[in-house]
Design a protein around this ligand. Structure first.
Ligand SMILES: NC(=O)c1ccc[n+]([C@@H]2O[C@H](COP(=O)([O-])OP(=O)(O)OC[C@H]3O[C@@H](n4cnc5c(N)ncnc54)[C@H](O)[C@@H]3O)[C@@H](O)[C@H]2O)c1
Length: 440
């Protein structure tokens, strides 16, 4: 393919050299004459392992050139990749000025373009940037229409500086946000020989994913550093601890606990987070990440209360299905839904409750104590059949994943609202009435 790459920084120069290596004809574009000169001489404009050799080889083979003339670069291109910078403004917001300017140039160059070309944005941008800001810019500058004269994709870049070339040729996953299949076709072909899954998704999903990745990477670094500081103070070998932590690929390094759902609870997580952060405070250690975990969880509990409060329910009747913090247990200790129930009672709601494993009359020990302290009136609110709870309610809350609750949508009627805290209802399930997912 003939490919124009806008922006010859870290992402653009690695992308250009690697695509030329795969056999494509690549033209790099940048207003920076130093970077254009480097590529034209077959030299790398940045310090990056293996890049110098790749650029020299591609330039010599005539598959890689560079120019400051964007019209010449886009002429005849099948694909235009935009890899210009998207820096922070002073207030932290994202500055799209460079990418908007580049979209204007690409659009202007597409005016005289002889055939359909796909414009692929690779710069990191917040959801909506491509569809709401850059597509209109392309259409205005080119006089053409997305899907007719040109296509658009968003292809986030996951390379790490220092191993960027190896990352390009060995991606664990390649993600393609596409406007339509016609836009996607040349990109599928471009990546056909690379290993790993090729995930074709919406443009907004692909834009978001880049931020999710980086937020998680930052969180991991900050978490590991805080654990390190605490371990050091406790006389514990932090590297040994983290090596063992990473060896658990069932719960620790795994998809477990990474699905948006309801707040955590139970007999361990809240208690142990309190203990460890209390110990850190005793030691005068400042651990903002660990300190904020309980606070974040509390806010999530309040979100559930707010979701019920927002529902249309003139009689203020709410049914809650699932009281234990996990579906297949009767453990009520620090179950976050109990706090939601308490808050709703305080706000004047009439409640109906069901839990397959919690029979208020049979509760003993710690569970009974917990319940008596939190919601002593619970016995009166219990129903044996979850269908009775749905019938008695204007708003129905599913709070744990018990299998019986799968059928809740079919028991509901128009006018009722279902607040799903645990994604018991899946995409495609038909819900009568209004459906509210807590974080989806
Ligand atoms: N550096 C990384 O490791 C990395 C990884 C993934 C994603 N990203 C994202 O990729 C984007 C580019 O990052 P980078 O580190 O390569 O940036 P960079 O600042 O190194 O390079 C950007 C280049 O774009 C050029 N440019 C500006 N306006 C232009 C225009 N109108 N036409 C052509 N070229 C133009 C600049 O002169 C510069 O050379 C950013 O959005 C960044 O967040 C970077």
């Amino acid at each position: 393919m003939r490919i124009a790459v806008f922006g010859l920084g870290y992402v653009g120069s690695v992308t250009s050299a690697c695509l030329a290596k795969l056999g494509h004809d690549v033209v790099g574009v940048d207003p920076n004459e130093y970077k254009v000169g480097c590529l034209a001489r077959g030299e790398s404009p940045i310090v990056e392992k293996d890049l110098g050799g790749l650029i020299a080889e591609a330039a010599q083979a005539g598959r890689l050139s560079a120019t400051t003339d964007f019209v010449a670069a886009v002429k005849d291109a099948d694909l235009v990749l935009v890899c210009v910078g998207t820096p922070s403004r002073e207030d932290g917001s994202l500055d799209l000025a460079h990418v908007e300017h580049a979209a204007g140039e690409v659009g202007a160059a597409l005016k005289a373009h002889p055939h359909f070309a796909t414009v692929v944005f690779r710069s990191t941008m917040l959801p909506g940037s491509v569809e709401e800001q850059l597509v209109p810019r392309l259409e205005a500058a080119s006089g053409g229409k997305l899907g007719k004269e040109f296509g658009v994709c968003y292809n986030p870049e996951f390379l790490r500086e220092g191993t960027a070339v190896a990352d390009f040729f060995g991606p664990p996953i390649t993600v393609l946000g596409v406007a339509d299949e016609k836009s996607a076709a040349p990109m599928r072909a471009l990546y056909a020989d690379l290993p790993g899954e090729l995930a074709v998704v919406s443009i907004r999903t692909a834009e978001m994913l880049k931020y999710v990745n980086n937020a998680f990477h930052g969180l991991k670094v900050a978490f590991a550093n805080e654990i390190g500081v605490l371990c050091k103070r406790e006389g514990v070998d932090s590297h040994e601890v983290m090596r063992l932590f990473c060896a658990d690929t069932k719960l620790n390094l795994s998809p477990y606990y990474l699905k948006p759902g309801f707040a955590f609870g139970g007999s361990c997580l809240p208690k142990d987070l309190r203990a460890i952060t209390h110990r850190a405070r005793e030691r005068n250690l400042v651990l903002p990440v660990l300190d904020s975990v309980i606070r974040s969880n509390d806010v999530h509990v309040q979100r559930a209360v707010a979701a019920v409060e927002r529902a249309k329910a003139p009689g203020r009747k709410v049914g809650v299905l699932g009281l234990s913090f996990k579906a297949e247990t009767d453990d009520l200790r620090e179950s976050p839904i109990i706090r939601v129930v308490g808050a709703l009672v305080g706000k004047g709601w009439t409640l109906a409750l069901h839990d397959a494993h919690v029979d208020a009359s049979k509760l003993v020990g710690a569970n009974r104590q917990y319940l008596e302290a939190e919601i002593p009136y619970l016995d009166r609110l219990f129903h044996k059949d979850p269908r009775d709870v749905v019938r008695a309610s204007e708003v129905v809350v599913i709070a744990n994943g018990h299998p019986a609750y799968k059928d809740v949508p079919s028991w509901m009627t128009e006018g009722q609202t279902l607040v799903d805290l645990v994604r018991r209802v899946e995409p495609g399930d038909v819900v009568r009435g209004e459906y509210v997912g807590l974080a989806w």
